[in-house]
Ligand binder design. Structure first.
Ligand code: SF4
Length: 325
């Protein structure tokens, strides 16, 4: 039996690509990747709905290296889509070679995204991946050069599709025809395409080029304030944030909270002096119940050490000037 390994996001396109092949008797296995920027939840649901196997692989570290230094640059935000897809195809290709799959596929559609899914971009992705002759795009295959898989008869080209462009109408009609009733709306799912998150990531990578995935995870929590070239404050917005910060704090961080009033937890990250520490404490104070006090005691905890800094709470508007937006 012919065996194909596909990049599955769980969106409509990758589901239809898988179904296109399954409908001609090809055994489909999906692979979905997880990083701090996206997860495999939608892929899990889609694989279950369609009925193909799914492999989940966490690629956080290697993917972050690509995000830091993409050969083909970024899209509208911090999304390095061409390099990201190429990495996914490379990793899937390595698995294909190891586990005896015949070829790779994805749900990419020619012209659907002007920057990352035009004909040149699709060729670049294939070339960068190291497996250019092993990649099939079933949804647009009839508009593209015939692949070795089609030439050799592994895949029936006549039963592949000729979808192109940004409209989703053809895909929606096919989904209805093939009984695929429940699928997620298009877009979303990747934090790298979001402007606000991208601004915070850009700030992190500019000031901390050696940032790890743990640093990236912290971007998802609370408000982020840039205090100096080296120091940053993360401030919880609600109890869930405060608990997340509490859990993720390391011995390099200083936890800051009001000593005698309720209020949020702040996490001071990076090298700092006492002036920066006091600024961080004054910002944390400005979001707590003691914000109108003339002076307030702020408890600072790092590792096993605890100490108190007395500061004047900043006016909230002044605090906001440090926000990374
Ligand atoms: S949207 Fe995100 S996950 Fe998708 S290719 Fe671009 S960077 Fe990668």
């Amino acid at each position: 039996m012919v065996k194909a390994l596909g990049l599955i996001s769980g969106g409509l396109d990758s589901s239809l690509a898988a179904m296109t092949l399954m409908r001609q008797g090809i055994e489909v296995t999906g692979v979905a990747f997880e990083t701090p920027f996206f997860n495999a939840d939608k892929a899990r649901a889609a694989a279950k709905a369609i009925g193909h196997k799914l492999i989940i692989e966490n690629i956080s570290d290697i993917h972050l290296q690509v995000v830091k230094n993409p050969q083909r640059g970024y899209g509208r935000n911090m999304n390095p889509c061409i390099d990201c897809h190429a990495l996914m195809f490379k990793l899937a290709g390595d698995r294909m070679a190891k586990d005896g799959f015949d070829f790779l596929f994805s749900g990419e559609v020619l012209g659907q995204r002007p920057m990352s899914q035009n004909a040149n971009a699709l060729r670049s992705v294939a070339k960068l991946s190291g497996y250019p002759d092993k990649i099939l795009r079933p949804l647009s295959a009839k508009l593209m050069d015939e692949t070795l898989m089609e030439q050799s008869g592994l895949v029936d080209r006549e039963r592949l599709l000729d979808i192109q462009g940004r409209s989703r109408k053809q895909q929606q009609a096919l989904a209805k025809e093939w009984g695929l009733l429940d699928y997620p709306s298009s877009g979303g799912g990747c934090l790298l395409t979001e402007e606000g998150f991208s601004n915070q990531l850009r700030d992190l990578l500019t000031h901390t080029p050696q940032a790890t995935t743990s640093d990236v995870e912290l971007l998802k929590v609370g408000r982020q304030f840039r205090l100096s070239e080296t120091a940053k404050l993360i401030l919880g917005r609600h109890r869930t944030d405060n608990e997340a910060l509490q859990q993720r704090a390391s011995s390099d961080h200083i936890k800051i909270r009001c000593q005698n009033f309720s209020g949020p937890l702040g996490l001071l990250c990076g090298e700092h002096d006492d002036t920066i520490l006091d600024s961080a404490a004054a910002i944390v104070a400005s979001y707590g119940k003691g914000k109108n006090e003339v002076e307030i005691d702020m408890l600072c905890i790092t590792g096993d050490e605890e100490f108190v800094r007395r500061v004047q709470p900043l006016p909230r508007e002044t605090s906001r000037e440090w926000l990374i937006r």
